[in-house]
Design a binder for this molecule. Sequence first.
Ligand SMILES: C[S@@+](CC[C@H](N)C(=O)[O-])C[C@H]1O[C@@H](n2cnc3c(N)ncnc32)[C@H](O)[C@@H]1O
Length: 251
Amino acid sequence: VTSRVTVLSALTPYIQRARAFTGWDHSSLKMRSLGGELPWNYEAVATKYASRAGRVLDVGTGGGERFATIAAGSAATFVATEEWGVNARVAYDRLCPAGIALVWASSMRLPFSDSAFELFLSRHEAIEPAECNRVLAPGGRFLTQQCAPDDWRELRRFFPRMTVHPQHDRLYPEAFRDMGYEVSFQRNDYEVAFGTLGDLVFMLMTAPWTIPDFDPQLELDALMAVEAELSRPEGIVLSEGRYLLDARKPG
Ligand SMILES: C[S@@+](CC[C@H](N)C(=O)[O-])C[C@H]1O[C@@H](n2cnc3c(N)ncnc32)[C@H](O)[C@@H]1O
């Protein structure tokens, strides 16, 4: 039987790295989809639309990692928002040299005038459909990739306080349809394997909205139960989903 001390000492480097984490790059994490690639490529679609737009907004840009790539080589005007102060600074440092404005603001109430943008992007950031509609120009486009609201649902029985997200996979498309947008929607569900318990802890600490006040040191028993019950040869396996919503505003 693995002792709590052994588990905690294996988790410690992950906990320390998670506490220092900024930006939004999880590529060092051992976490892989067991479902292969998504059937769409969000960055490719966003880049294609950005190349045709005059003014492009990305909300909740994280450290600006993806938006910098989407904007590279395009002549459009790009603006990003970020609400978390730590990442607003990281995104500013990355985007400013590329001529991209970073505004420290919430995605729910945007400090922009009506019809200011032709393309509104949100990757894994909650949005307010009426606010998107307000800042989008007629004929403009809203493109988002979102995590499914019931991601990692297997964890709920170990952490009953896990956040219950609104059913935005239904609510967002409905809201845009109701506003007269032409809407296309795709969803893909699959399983994801975390290489070690440390990788899962790192993810839960750096996405603190998943389990409010998550503290791996205080919740070691629950984490050890997760490892014991959800481990398969591929790793610790959880259900995950992504959807792509592409909505065009009437001209
Ligand atoms: C899931 S991230 C997506 C970032 C970006 N759109 C991307 O896809 O790379 C969503 C938002 O959560 C913010 N965030 C990350 N860590 C946070 C934390 N510890 N507390 C509050 N917000 C955080 C990010 O800065 C970002 O704006």
